[in-house]
Design a protein around this ligand. Structure first.
Ligand SMILES: [Zn+2]
Ligand SMILES: [Zn+2]
Length: 219
């Protein structure tokens, strides 16, 4: 029985559809086939290896190196030019050049303590019934350790760092500088007449109302 033209065309279409479906399923099967996967993976590996090799050759080529060097030189020249034209950086000048004597800058809390203590008269003279308002602050524990600037004594120059003239010394035997002058003064002689610096510090803290706990850990 012969087919009509219409029937032949329909059969053709069905065949094409089936062929396409078969091709699709073969493709999917290939994609999921472990052996095929391995092949693809090997291909990718080889490609990335070739890429790395090309990069390596590029990086080690004299042309590339020369190019990079020129780039770096240009950048450096630019930086130098910029530094030349830029306004000079402001320098902060230190007021004091002898760091050894001045130590570090007082903190706000140390500054408050110094301001309070600086208003007192000489604490050693006071022990002997004299009032001497001309004082300087003596640092009991140096100028660098923690809170050092808060551990200061108000001392007149003769109790601090100046030796009283001989005839006066006989009148005021307690007036020995805490900073020794030759055989006179020094911590030991000073404290024999005036009490230890620590004791004086306690008296000072009591006078100005600074917390005594701050002195507890001191030697
Ligand atoms: Zn004094
Ligand atoms: Zn001193």
């Amino acid at each position: 029985m012969a087919l009509t033209i219409e029937e032949q065309r329909e059969r053709q279409r069905v065949k094409q559809k089936e062929a396409f479906a078969r091709a699709q399923s073969r493709k999917i099967a290939k994609l999921n086939d472990p052996k095929e996967r391995e092949k693809r993976f090997a291909k990718q590996q080889a490609a990335s290896k070739r890429q790395q090799e090309r990069q390596r050759i590029k990086l080690s080529s004299p042309e590339y190196r020369a190019q990079q060097l020129a780039k770096a030189k240009a950048q450096a020249a630019k930086a130098i030019e910029k530094a030349k034209t830029a306004p000079p950086k402001k320098r902060t000048l230190r007021k004091t050049t002898s760091k050894g004597l001045k130590g570090r800058t007082p903190t706000a809390s140390e500054r408050r303590a110094m301001d309070l203590i600086g208003k007192l008269p000489c604490i050693a003279c006071e022990k002997h019934g004299r009032e001497n308002p001309m004082i300087s602050l003596h640092h009991v524990y140096g100028r660098t350790t923690e809170n050092a600037h808060a551990y200061v004594l108000p001392l007149c120059c003769y109790h601090h760092d100046t030796l009283l003239p001989k005839e006066e010394r006989e009148k005021y035997p307690d007036m020995l500088p805490v900073h020794a002058k030759g055989k006179y003064g020094g911590k030991r002689q000073f404290s024999q007449h005036n009490g230890t610096e620590r004791e004086l510090l306690v008296a000072v803290y009591e006078k100005v109302g600074l917390p005594l706990e701050r002195l507890e850990s001191l030697p």
